[in-house]
Design a protein. Structure first.
Length: 358
């Protein structure tokens, strides 16, 4: 049985990228007997500046530096690892480095996004030029030398093929362990007026989207909005809609809030990869009103699960038509989660990938 080294830059608070990374690690642990982990952590003190110099000189991305590389090499040697799972294409330069040191390694690279495109969209000025250039080179090396390339969705697969002339070996969407087997039980929040729900932390695409929704859409629909997310209390809510908006932060158990919501709203206009909150909403059996970006990577033949809106008029019209008839629990949403976006569903794909890697 192969020994596996899992290398990641995602750890700590369970936001989107970290949740996907944890899913990847848990999947490997279900397949392989020995799975070891190496985390690319934040640098402090003198090492912080040395790492920045290494980044400038070598084009390292993802927080990696020379000391990380040496530690990874030692782990591979000491633990006799035959399979390396690199959990971010930002670490793409590692692929060639490790193959030049160890012969016969099987290396898989997981693309959380096409990071080159994502970085171009979020940075400006010199950082945009440098980071996108280094990322392009790292992802290109990953595509050239890795045994297997894994993506989240068809959009990223298409971008990678276009930029790096490499077909993805597997498309494994985001998935979650089922935390809502009893989602149809009676709600635990009482005396709650009807509301629609937005879940997301104080992160630029979330802030941009929900502020737009509050200002442009909320005044024209007869329903309250509940926002749940870390630091979302920092949102500046216009006075003319304050009575219709409630914000909660640091909520440990979202279950009752999902149960009581009439539907989810996801006005997300920018980003990459797949939105974890979409899978979470499906898990709780919710209808989702959102933008094309919110549904990227999600596929279904059933109608009425995803209600796509990409401008003010569509959001207002479709929500107003939905509200009189919508039920808090939609069985088709729940079925879609179980069939395609549950941990058990994607584990089958990881197992098929493992078999093809031998």
């Amino acid at each position: 049985m192969s020994n596996v080294l899992f290398i990641t830059r995602y750890y700590g608070e369970m936001l989107g990228g970290t949740m996907c990374s944890q899913r990847n690690l848990n999947s490997l642990k279900e397949i392989y007997e020995n799975v070891y982990e190496y985390r690319i952590t934040n640098k402090n003190g003198v090492r912080f500046y040395l790492s920045k110099i290494a980044q400038l000189c070598n084009g390292y991305m993802g927080g990696i530096d020379y000391k990380d590389i040496q530690c990874i090499k030692k782990l591979i040697q000491d633990l006799h690892c035959q399979v390396i799972f690199i959990d971010s294409s930002l670490l793409g330069k590692l692929v060639k480095i490790l193959l030049n040191t160890f012969k016969g390694l099987k290396i898989q690279v997981f693309f959380h996004n096409c990071e080159y495109e994502y970085i171009k969209s979020i940075y400006h000025g010199p950082k945009k030029y440098l980071y996108s250039y280094w990322t392009f080179k790292g992802e290109k090396e990953a595509c050239k030398y890795a045994n297997k390339i894994i993506v989240l969705n068809k959009r990223d697969a298409s971008l990678i093929l276009n930029h790096y002339k490499r077909n993805a070996d597997a498309c494994i969407p985001i998935s979650l362990k089922d935390r809502s087997e009893n989602t149809r039980l009676s709600p635990t929040i009482t005396n709650q007026l009807p509301y629609i729900l937005f879940v997301g932390s104080y992160f630029p695409p979330n802030v941009q989207g929900i502020k737009w929704f509050i200002e442009k859409v909320l005044p024209h629909i007869d329903i309250s909005l509940l926002i749940i997310g870390r630091q979302m209390e920092l949102l500046n809510i216009p006075s003319f809609v304050q009575r219709k908006v409630k914000i909660l932060s640091n909520i440990k158990d979202l279950t009752p809030y999902y149960q009581n919501a009439l539907c989810m709203v996801m006005p997300i206009f920018t980003g990459g990869g797949m939105k974890v909150k979409t899978a979470e909403a499906l898990m709780y059996g919710k209808i989702i009103v959102g933008t094309k970006e919110s549904f990227e990577g999600y596929e279904t033949n059933a109608t009425g699960i995803f209600i796509e809106c990409n401008n003010k008029e569509e959001f207002i019209s479709k929500i107003n038509k939905l509200l009189p008839k919508v039920q808090p629990y939609n069985i088709d949403s729940r079925k879609l989660f179980l069939e395609k976006y549950s941990f058990e569903a994607t584990l089958k794909q990881f197992k098929e990938l493992a078999l093809s890697t031998k």
